[in-house]
Design a protein around this ligand. Structure first.
Ligand SMILES: Nc1ncnc2c1ncn2[C@@H]1O[C@H](COP(=O)(O)OP(=O)(O)OP(=O)(O)O)[C@@H](O)[C@H]1O
Ligand SMILES: [Mg+2]
Length: 337
């Protein structure tokens, strides 16, 4: 091993205090040079958070390794900000996040997120779902699950729950006594950070569907800002009045650099004696997808799941089949990129 490799290896175990990952996990050692005659090391280090306290702590940890453990006299450190995707943990696993967003509440966003996750599993993908709707978490109910307190594994990572063959984590599991919680600022950031970086997902997980809070208000945008780069699906109902609000959600996602995969029009019609009744109007999905210059991926008709299930349609139902169509289109779009 030459001097540079030795240094890189010795620095690998240092932990970045702002995301609790090691330099090796963060792929943080960007550049190493050694000036032999001056016995000096120059480094460029990627850090997760650009604040003085992080830098101070990281500097101290690096100085211990370079000066005390390895015996160099001089040390110069330049910092640069890590991009979220720099973490090799995610790179290795190639997790794709699919965020499900809507302009307003009640359009079926959570239903779409849950059924999309199940459909991805049914076409053979390994899937997780994050219920990040802090206003009205409903994913556990849709899956007919009891609310249990989550456990942590030996590395302090949250162990997700399993249902319908997919793994799940929800804000609901962290709320005590049904009290509404106003997650804001640092607390919100901390919780989401846990959701996105500290869950012990299965090793082979491929897709994580995220149920986002509805709307384009502060909290919805904060959350979109805090999630890793995601592919977005916008849910709307057929009514034109709903569609312009959904469009705004799409523009917000775009402005935050999330890629929009397309639009799902939910509650598109009701099948009644062989006739499609457009009881919520029509054209909303097409209007949103045209304006956002993306595809109308799927129209989902109105209908309750058979066999009394609270939220998940079976493969034997038209709506269950429509979700398989949606999952196939999304996978194709993502994998063709
Ligand atoms: N295609 C559909 N046909 C019939 N009912 C539906 C359909 N999609 C959703 N629903 C019902 O509409 C209601 C709202 O759905 P859901 O909770 O998924 O919406 P949401 O957009 O997540 O709402 P919220 O803003 O409250 O989170 C639920 O009772 C759900 O069962
Ligand atoms: Mg919901």
């Amino acid at each position: 091993m030459n001097a540079k490799e030795t240094i890189k290896k010795a620095l690998g175990a240092i932990e970045d205090p702002s995301n609790n990952q090691t330099f090796e996990q963060n792929n943080a050692v960007r550049y190493v040079s050694v000036e032999e005659d001056e016995n000096k090391v120059n480094l460029v280090i990627g850090i997760a958070k650009d604040d003085d306290e992080t830098k101070k702590q990281v500097k101290r940890r690096i100085a211990k390794v370079i000066k005390i453990d390895l015996g160099y006299k001089g040390l110069k450190i330049d910092f640069e900000l890590l991009k979220k995707k720099d973490s090799i943990v995610d790179e290795k696993r190639k997790i794709k996040y699919i965020g499900v967003a809507s302009g307003k509440g009640g359009v079926g966003k959570s239903t779409v997120a849950a059924n999309l996750a199940v459909a991805l599993k049914r076409i053979g993908k390994q899937v997780g779902i994050i219920d990040a709707d802090i206003y009205g978490s409903s994913i556990p109910t849709l899956f007919n699950m009891d609310i249990l307190a989550p456990r942590a594994d030996e590395n302090e990572k949250i162990i997700p729950f399993e249902t319908h063959g997919i793994e799940l984590i929800s804000t609901e599991f962290f709320i005590k006594d049904d009290k509404p919680v106003m997650w804001r600022g640092p607390m919100l950031g901390k919780m989401l950070n846990n959701f996105f970086y500290d869950v012990a997902w299965k090793e082979d997980i491929e897709y994580i569907v995220v149920d986002l809070p509805p709307g384009t208000g502060d909290v919805a945008l904060d959350i979109q800002k805090l999630i890793p780069e995601s592919e977005m699906v916008i849910v709307t109902t057929p009514h034109p009045s709903a569609s312009h609000i959904a469009r705004r959600a799409g523009y917000a996602a775009k402005s935050l650099n999330h890629d929009i995969l397309g639009v799902v029009e939910n509650m598109a019609w009701l099948n009644h004696n062989g006739e499609a009744l457009k009881i919520f109007g029509e054209g909303g999905g097409k209007e949103v997808s045209d304006k956002l210059e993306t595809d109308l991926l799927q129209q989902i008709p109105i209908g309750q799941p058979e066999d009394g299930h609270p939220g998940i349609y079976s493969m034997g139902e038209d709506i269950g089949v429509a979700y398989i169509g949606l999952a196939n289109k999304l996978v194709k779009t993502i994998e063709d990129k």
